[in-house]
Ligand binder design. Sequence first.
Ligand code: ZN
Length: 90
Amino acid sequence: MIRAFFVEFVFPCLLFLFVRMILRNMFASMRANARPRPAADRPPIQSGGDLKRDPVCGTYVSPAASVQRTIGGETVHFCSEQCSRRYAAR
Ligand SMILES: [Zn+2]
């Protein structure tokens, strides 16, 4: 009776789980091989284009990352808040 239970229920269950585990591992490795992570996943790095010169320290900064201040109707770009303040002070 107990033996029949094992043969007809427990054993098929274990077999099913085992086969499923193997299939899953196979599919996972197949997917990993077929589609290597595209580089486009990473956010684009902004480079080049129009860099603005910090008039205080002479560093070239990207307008998107710079500290901007409008002085006399002209937008001046600084590498940091510190340079911006130093420029305003003189
Ligand atoms: Zn600066």
